[in-house]
Design a protein around this ligand. Structure first.
Ligand code: FAD
Length: 619
């Protein structure tokens, strides 16, 4: 059987990859091990968070499914960092994991051009460094123009709970045992990483009265730009907060000698920013407690996930430590926490399109690229799927720049710098984060989705209306002087706002941190009738107006800088500040311009800055 695109794995990356490929008209086959597990949340029952929320909104703006699914399956919506600036806020939702899977499975089954098949892909069909299909455990062969691997934690997955180990892709699911061996034989750099998950406890055995309630936002915000904000009224279930204590820490420290993380049993490096409880107690021994969130796994509220208590300690130790925690004294454990080691492929093996450099037509997306997180995986899946579809039609690749999207930052970081630990997204990784706000993702990216046929006419009209309303408002406010005439001063006083001396541009008054919609209506009467959600956007634009202008200038400067030619036989070795690795690569590839240099894997933006300075001085 012949397909345009075969996607291996129905996790968060695989779903997005197969959906976009199919929606772009490509005959697509999604092969995954258990169809019931399409869209399974291997770890926490939540989507989004700081920077991760940005990724979901961006992929939604381009036409991905994760945002819509989250709005459908969400059971608590919150904006994190709500008191801080819009650029560092992050949307987060608790999800009903079962509903999430059901929704995704249904969408995959009902998308034209997409077929779903349950089996394990055991081998890639490769000839002369071109992949042309896959072979499965049931010895079926499927041919395809493009193959996208999204195998998550399944390649040679090995689960650890205390001294016990067993091979699995996720708890009680079979691993993928042969693929990574073949990838290594094909010359790709394969490494080993680790991640972990906490225990889940029976809701009936938890004493919630001993814990703090942690609810969702009063006015929940949907993830998807395509969900109607006005009618959005999801269930808002609470989470609960409790803490570890010195007794919990004693139990853990006195069992360090049985912790696979410390005994050498686990070799792969784990996620630095999502450490296990044994790692936290070891590294921060001065801390008397660690915060834990009890999160419902589903709307049924039968099981709670103990966020913050990821562990691979033996089960008797896990039980003792859980019972030492306030509110969990009598907790019945339904599933124990564990760690999993798995094979990944060094992401510097990839081009920006996520196609491997060594094997043509083979793309990698998700945890296979050393990332961690559903959102990171889904974003890569979307990009791999789009690029595979574009390549079939001999069209220009779709590469997002660092100043355009967090997705651009994610992929650029992975393919140019690589990583030796699970990579997760942070707002601090984006140098142009003021431009990359969550709420502007549709303005930045929906046109691309529209061009690829992933965004409807109706949605695009909504985006254009938003763009025009905001642009017109900014244009008006940035040309309108607010003078110190008597009625203006009285207005400021009545709003509790600081006076102005002589005059100020209206945009600078609206851009004050203290301005909300009610004050806006009085300050800018001509725009009082604008829809509420757009008014909020206009206020945010005003707040960032000056900074954004500065950042745009920097980007222009950077673009100009990258055009600079590098003189032939430039002596990189004499430049202080460049690492040996960078010097070796520059000598090897001899790039003609700074732009070409910046595209070499491992040549960082800091190295480009240094090069620019020295070329300027010397030439
Ligand atoms: P997955 O969601 O893992 O999906 C992979 C899919 O590929 C599965 O459906 C599988 O059946 C299929 N598959 C694999 N190999 C084959 C094959 N050969 N043939 C056919 N199908 C195949 N992320 C965080 O952000 N924070 C955490 O704390 C965290 N903890 C985690 C703890 C555990 C124990 C696990 C397992 C994961 C954890 N994650 C965590 C990671 C998160 O689950 C992943 O980052 C995310 O699910 C990756 O998405 P993916 O699509 O790449 O892979």
């Amino acid at each position: 059987m012949e397909y345009d695109v075969i996607v291996v794995g129905g996790g968060h990356a695989g779903i997005e990859a197969s959906l976009v490929a199919a929606r772009m008209g490509k005959k697509t086959l999604l092969i995954t091990m258990l169809v019931e597990q399409i869209g399974a949340a291997s770890c926490n029952p939540a989507i989004g968070g700081l920077a991760k929320g940005h990724l979901v909104r961006e992929l939604d703006a381009i036409g991905g499914e994760m945002g819509l699914c989250t709005d459908n399956a969400g059971i608590q919506f919150r904006i994190l960092n709500a008191s801080k600036g819009a650029a560092v806020q992050g949307s987060r939702a608790q999800i009903d994991m079962d509903k999430y899977r059901t929704y995704m499975r249904k969408v995959c089954h009902n998308t034209p051009n997409l077929e779903v098949y349950q089996d394990e892909v055991t081998q890639l069909l490769v000839k002369d460094n071109n992949v042309y299909g896959v072979k499965t455990k049931l010895t079926e062969e499927f041919k395809a123009k493009k193959v996208i691997l999204t195998t998550g934690t399944f390649m040679r997955g090995l689960i650890h709970i205390g001294e016990n180990k067993y091979e699995a892709g996720r708890a009680w699911e079979l691993p993928s045992s042969t693929l990574s061996i073949q990838l290594k034989e094909l010359g790709l750099k394969v490494g080993r990483l680790k991640t972990g998950t906490p225990s889940r406890v029976d809701a009936n055995s938890i004493n919630f009265d001993e814990m703090q309630k942690h609810g969702g936002d009063e006015k929940p915000t949907p993830f998807s730009f395509r969900t109607d904000k006005k009618s959005f009224n999801p269930t808002q279930l609470p989470c609960y907060i409790t803490y570890t204590n010195l007794s919990t820490h004693d139990t853990i420290t006195s069992n360090f000698h049985r912790a696979p993380l410390f005994t050498g049993q686990i070799e792969g490096l784990g996620p630095r920013y999502c450490p296990s409880i044994e790692d936290k107690v070891n590294r921060f021994s001065e801390r008397e407690r660690h915060q834990l969130f009890l999160e419902p796994q589903t709307e049924m509220r039968t099981e709670y996930y103990i966020n913050g208590l990821s562990s691979s300690l033996p089960i008797d130790v896990q039980k003792e430590m859980i019972h030492s925690i306030k509110g969990l004294e009598n907790a019945r454990i339904i599933r124990y926490g564990y760690a999993i080691e798995y094979d990944y492929v060094d992401p510097t093996e990839l081009k920006h399109t996520l196609e491997t450099k060594k094997i043509n037509n083979l793309y990698h997306a998700g945890q296979i690229n050393a990332t961690t997180g559903y959102e990171e995986a889904a974003s890569q899946g979307l990009m791999a799927g789009i690029n595979a579809a574009l390549a079939i039609d001999n069209k220009e690749p779709f590469i997002l720049r660092r100043d355009e999207a967090y997705i651009g930052v994610l992929i650029d970081d992975l393919v140019t710098k690589g990583t030796n630990e699970p990579y997760r997204m942070f707002t601090s990784r984006a140098e142009y984060r003021l431009l990359l706000r969550e709420e502007s993702a549709d303005l930045r990216l929906s046109q691309y989705g529209y061009n690829f046929g992933l965004i409807s006419d109706e949605q695009m009209e909504k985006v254009e209306h938003k763009r025009k309303t905001i642009n017109d408002a900014v244009e008006f406010m940035s040309n309108e002087w607010f003078t110190s005439k008597k009625e203006n001063l009285e207005l400021l006083e009545s709003l509790g706002e600081e006076r102005i001396k002589d005059r100020a541009l209206l945009i600078d008054i609206v851009g004050r941190n203290t301005i909300d919609s009610a004050k806006f209506d009085k300050l800018v009467r001509s725009l009082a009738d604008v829809e509420d959600y757009l008014k909020e956007q206009i206020i945010i634009e005003a707040k960032y107006y000056r900074y954004v202008a500065k950042q745009k200038k920097q980007i222009e400067k950077m673009k100009k800088m990258l055009q600079m030619t590098i003189p032939e036989e430039f002596d990189y070795k004499t430049i202080p500040g460049l690492s040996n690795e960078v010097v070796e690569k520059l000598i090897k590839f001899n790039p003609p311009t700074l732009f070409n240099a910046s595209n070499i894997s491992g040549v960082t933006p800091a190295a480009i800055d240094i090069l620019h300075m020295y070329i300027n001085v010397r030439c």
